[in-house]
Design a protein around this ligand. Structure first.
Ligand code: NAI
Length: 322
């Protein structure tokens, strides 16, 4: 199998001063790409900035005979990173939205700033660079995007309400871009990596960390962003050499008659059936079109009234509806 090359392609990697971003930058440069190494040199919580993180990676690439420029902008100023790519190399082909910070705290202790900072870097940062590059990618009818989610985004995690919400948002962002980019040969895929980095250094045993080298995430990123790869709108979990694809699964569900008999008590009566992934026939919706509401309404019309249970009451409780 010939090596997948990126000659003459311009690859932008955000947050590339260390960890996964550095591994991607070295990977792409070794395969012929011109790399924009973006990093503002922030601490793990987004504090401070130092040009040296990006500079060191660029130096390493150049010493190995590759081509790269450093960019020190905050990902929130995505247009400036795109400007760096355009002025250094005159085009932009691949964007790896990778920059990230953590502000892990129980939801009780989480401040508005913890929430906003994490959303800004992960979600707004990915938006800002993609938005600025989008007209260029459309015009040249080529683009390969990677959004970086996380297992915390897929499943949720204690102490990571801010991070997991932003990471799940990136899945929806990428999936929508996959639709809008299709006509222009722009693909967008999401990865949920697991790798040893300063982000995970304190939360995993050494033996596991050694098996989780950031370099072992790059093969998937390289495959998904290659010009011959058309796959788009995917979500992949990857770590320690294992890659899994993810999709939604839904139960067959229950169709209720949509009239006055459709009450919380009626739902309660049949909730076990609604929620039964083990015994119900399941299906795998892959787009909004897969949910045939009109067909379900037709079925509902033909049903007798819903089974009645004891009415569910909320006396003494205070409900807030925004
Ligand atoms: P890291 O902390 O080593 O690297 C993140 C880089 O982003 C740092 O070099 C930092 O300076 C840079 N950065 C932070 N804020 C920035 C900003 N506003 N503008 C530009 N650069 C900025 O972390 P790691 O592990 O390499 O993570 C990379 C991505 O992968 C992140 O999005 C992270 O959430 C995600 N991820 C990592 C996992 C892991 O196991 N390491 C697990 C799941 C997701």
């Amino acid at each position: 199998m010939p090596e997948l090359r990126f000659d003459n392609r311009v690859v932008v990697v955000t947050g590339a001063g260390g960890g996964l971003g550095k591994a991607y930058s070295l990977f792409f440069a070794a395969r012929g790409a011109k790399v924009v190494v973006n990093d503002l040199g922030a601490g793990l919580k987004g504090e401070g900035n130092s040009a040296s993180a990006a500079d060191l990676v660029v130096e390493e690439i150049k010493q190995a005979g590759g081509t790269a420029v450093a960019d020190y902008n905050n990902v929130l100023d995505g247009h400036k990173i795109v400007e760096t790519a355009m002025s250094a190399f005159g085009r932009i082909d691949v964007i790896i939205c990778n920059a990230g910070i953590l502000r892990d705290r129980s939801f009780k202790a989480m401040t508005d700033k913890d929430w906003d900072d994490v959303f800004n870097v992960h979600l707004h940062g990915s938006y800002a660079i993609t938005k600025a590059a989008w007209p260029i990618l459309r015009k040249q009818k080529f683009g390969r995007l990677i959004m970086t989610s996380s297992a915390a985004g897929i499943y949720g995690n204690f102490g990571q309400a801010n991070y997991s919400a932003a990471k799940q948002a990136l899945v929806g962002f990428s999936n929508s871009l996959a639709y809008e980019g299709h006509k222009y040969n722009i693909t967008s895929n999401t990865i949920a990596p697991l790798a040893a980095s300063r982000m995970t250094a304190t939360v995993m045993p050494q033996e596991i960390l050694e098996a989780l080298k950031p370099e072992f995430i790059a093969p998937l990123v390289g495959f998904l962003t290659h010009e011959t790869t058309k796959q788009s709108g995917g979500l992949y979990e990857i770590g320690a050499g294992k890659i899994t694809a993810h999709r939604w699964q839904a139960t067959e569900g229950v169709v209720f008659k949509a009239d006055q008999s459709f009450t919380p008590a009626a739902v309660k009566q049949r909730f076990q059936e609604i929620d039964d992934f083990d015994n119900s026939p399941v299906y795998y919706p892959s787009s909004m079109k897969d949910n045939d509401w009109l067909g379900k309404l037709e079925i509902a019309k033909g049903l007798a009234a819903n089974a009645k249970g004891d009415e569910l009451r909320y006396d003494g409780q205070v409900a807030v509806v925004t």
